[in-house]
Structures are given as structure tokens and as C-alpha cells.
Design a protein around this ligand. Sequence first.
Ligand code: ZN
Length: 376
Amino acid sequence: MKITIDTSTNSRTIELKKPVCTHQHVRTEATLELVVPMIARRFRAAIIMPNLKPPVTTFTHLEQYKEIIHRANTTGHLFTPMMTLYLTDNLNPGEVDLCGHHAVKYYPRGLTTNSADGVENPQALWSKGSKPHQVLRLLASTGKVLILHAADGFAREGVIVRGTQYHADEELDPYDQEPHFMRETLPRIIDAHPELKIEVAHLSTKEGAEFMQKNGGKRLGCSITCHHLLNDRRDVMRGGFRPHLDWRPVIQPKDNTQALQELCFSGHPFVWLGMDSAPHPRKVKEAACCATGVLTAHAGIELYAEAFETFGALDQRFENFASNNAANFYGLADTDTTITLVNKPWKVRGSYLSGNPDEEIIPYRLGEEVLWRLVE
Ligand SMILES: [Zn+2]
């Protein structure tokens, strides 16, 4: 990574190896055609989430979806979509086998967008004889990665989480879902499948950060989103609930944001970039039951540069986090391609796809400034 300072204009330019994003929702149709060029300009590869309707559970569907993404990349930039299969209670290990090096994504049923087909009871992940257990064994034996949405919907047994008593099978508070998963579910998956490579996606809590500080390594890593680094719960609730800052996992209170920042900026090789950019039409965001997820891909790498700069970490740690760590974990080839960022603030103006009220998307930071700019 190279930082150049122009003293006459007081501007700084960063050139870094083209990054890798481990978490993108590109959706379908007009949204897909909008988002794919945004990410192809900023990332050399991105892991594409499979929670479509219906979910991506077969090799044929995965290949078709990949082809559509390739066609939507009209930028002239080389871009690799890294495809994933959606783990259900019935996902056929044969399909996983056909899908070569691609990863499998675990969704806890009912806890996020299009997760109705997710695994009903996480116990299936370590119960011999279940389909999910077979899939995890296959992933472990072939060196493929299980990506976890690390949340539990219900207490497994009587338990106290962050001071709240839950009885067995009681619904967990959304703020307690990841802490419960980190304590009650992830250790059991690791014990049952010690050879399995696991990525915890969008780590969001201090309990998650503590777990990674203790256990992160060659087989266990995590991604962190820019919105979890740049926001805490006060931003989501300031003056009223803000649907365009609502994600799953939820943005937590300040001490959690601080724990994530500390983990992220300490330069661990098992921590990397994963945006969880998750666009939804405005009408389902501004609705009686707000859809969770927001578009961030329009400023994908710029927002991370801002976060690293704010915390004095805009040095080799930034390039490792953005471009090297996930590439090493997923076995991607190194690259000579670079991107350039300059510290010239710009304002996020207007919504996307605004001609059609069924498709209009409100981006993260609408009407506000982003401090870094991609040089194209
Ligand atoms: Zn996601």
C-alpha cells in the first residue's frame, strides 16, 4: 500500500491492492444491474449471498446466477463473483460437491431477510445423521468454508444472557442473539467439526469480539461491516427509529462498537472486510414492518477508509484487512491490480432506481458526506 501526500493541495492518495468483499447481496433484476458495477469497480472478488426467493440450493441455480452477475458487470473491470449455497435442513451434499470451491451460508430460520428456508434448529449442525451435519463434514473434508449468520432465535435451555434470564425455548431479544450463539452454538459446531473452516459474518457484539480474540486463527475468521464500525445504537434511534440504519445483526450499543473497532484495528490476520450491503426497495424499508438491510456498496471501500482513518489505522493494516486476509483464508490468487482513493469528501446525493417506486433504493448516508473518494 502506498500513501502519497500532495503538500500543495493538502490531499492524500492511497493506492492499495484491489480489495475482496466477503459479503454482498446483489439481489436480482434492476437491483443486481445497479449493484454489480458498484462492487466490480471496488473489489476484485466478492462473496455473493444466496438468500434469493427461492434460495440458491443447487449447482444449476448457482451457475445461472453467476452468469447473470457476469453479464451485469459492464465496467470492463475483472471481477470474480464467489458464489455460495444456502444451507437448509435438506440441502443435498451432492449439490455442495458439484459446486467446487464455493462456500455454504448458514441462516438461522426467520431471523433475517429470506431466511424462512434456513436451518430450523442449530442442533442439526452437530447432530450426526442430519443433512446439515453431512454438509458440514463434506465442507471440512474438502477445505471449503461455512459462513455463519451467528445468531440464535431461541434459548436452548434456561440461560442468562447479558443479565436477562431466559427459559428453555424462549425467544431471545435481538440484541442477545449473537451473544447466545457465541456461547451456546459456535463452540458446539467447532467441537463437532474441528477441521472445518468457519467465517463468522458481520460480527456485531463485544461477546463476538472476545470470542474471536481468543479463538481466531487459520480455521476461524470473521468479517466486519463498515456500518458496525461507524455507528452505534444511538445513531439508529436518534430522534426516532431510522429504518435506513436497520440491519440484522442489529447495530449494538457503544461498548460493542468499541470492541469491534479494537478487534478490527489491531491487525489480526483472521479479521477482514465483509460489507453486508443489503439493498431493499424504499417501500419495504419505510413500512409497518421494516425490511432489514441497507445499500452500502455505492461507497464500499471509501467508508472503510474513513473508519480506519478516524482510528489512526490507515496504514498496512487497512490493506491487510481489505485485500489480503480474506484472500488468504479463501485461497484466492494474489493480484497486481490496484485501486486508488483520495481524501476528497463527496455527498451521497439522491436515491437509486428512483424512476420506479417499486424499486427505489435509499443508500446509506443519503445527504451526508463520505470522506474518501474512489479515483476512476
Ligand atoms: Zn447479509
